[in-house]
Ligand binder design. Structure first.
Ligand code: AP5
Ligand code: MG
Length: 210
């Protein structure tokens, strides 16, 4: 099982990936997490990537494809691709890479979320530096520490309202055409992302168990 999990910023790709990894014993490849780890390392490459990612723009396709291939080669497990592909050239490169590796994409699942929900979700998101938990906080009374492990919470630099709006625009222009690419291939399914995380997970699980 190799799944492309699509959705706009804040749709719940990361939240669902955590659940799917546990339930279906999959490897989770989030290109956003890969990029943030490189940025946090303070490397020369990380500094260059930070200038792009923190403004909500896309990293060039060739760079992303090269980074991804190394990670895919390292795992024999089924994979959830979270945040990749984000452009039609990336989708084509993924198909070609999987074919070279004797694998294929089995499911393309779009978590559909109304745009009016996006900014609210992104502005309320906090992530734990220690355990990586993705939280949705009450902005009037945000917790100081992670409720699960007591770790420090942080806000992603691209999670300001202005940058979230820009990311949504980038998504509309560059990533929505990927939906059409996959619709033509017949593996594309949508789930309603505007339900509880548990219900979204139930809907995705049903698709994967068919
Ligand atoms: P990336 O990290 O992939 O960001 P994104 O696509 O904008 O998606 P998010 O991580 O913001 O949202 P999500 O769908 O994971 O939602 P989450 O589960 O956290 O990419 C970041 C950047 O990296 C890009 O902008 C780009 O610069 C670069 N990049 C990455 N991949 C690239 C590529 N392939 N090519 C080029 N550049 C690339 O949930 C959001 C919030 O909602 C949380 O607070 C959560 O608790 C809450 N929530 C989740 N589900 C629900 C629910 N059902 N109900 C209520 N609240 C919910
Ligand atoms: Mg995410």
């Amino acid at each position: 099982m190799n799944i492309v999990l699509m959705g706009c910023p804040g749709a719940g790709k990361g939240t669902q990936s955590v659940k799917l990894v546990k339930a279906f014993e999959l490897a989770h490849i989030s290109t956003g997490d890969v990029l943030r780890a490189e940025i946090a390392s303070g490397s020369e490459l990380g500094n260059k990537l930070g200038l792009i990612v923190n403004q909500g723009n896309l990293v060039p396709d060739e760079m992303m494809v090269e980074m991804l291939e190394k990670i895919v080669k390292d795992t024999d497990k089924g994979i959830i691709f979270d945040g990749f592909p984000r452009t039609v050239p990336q989708a084509k490169a993924l198909d070609a890479m999987m074919q070279r590796l004797g694998r294929s994409i089995t499911h393309v699942i779009m978590i559909d979320l109304p745009q009016e929900e996006v900014i609210n979700r992104i502005c309320s998101r906090r992530q734990c530096k220690k355990c990586g938990a993705i939280l949705s906080v009450d902005l009037k009374n945000p917790p100081e520490k992670c409720p699960s492990c007591g770790g420090e919470l942080y806000t992603r630099p691209d999670d300001t309202c202005k940058r979230a709006a820009h990311r949504l625009e980038v998504y509309r222009q560059s990533t929505l055409p990927v939906k059409e690419y996959y619709q033509a291939g017949g593996k594309y399914v949508e789930v309603n992302g505007n339900q509880t995380p548990e219900k979204v997970f139930e809907d995705i699980s049903k698709i994967l168990q068919k």
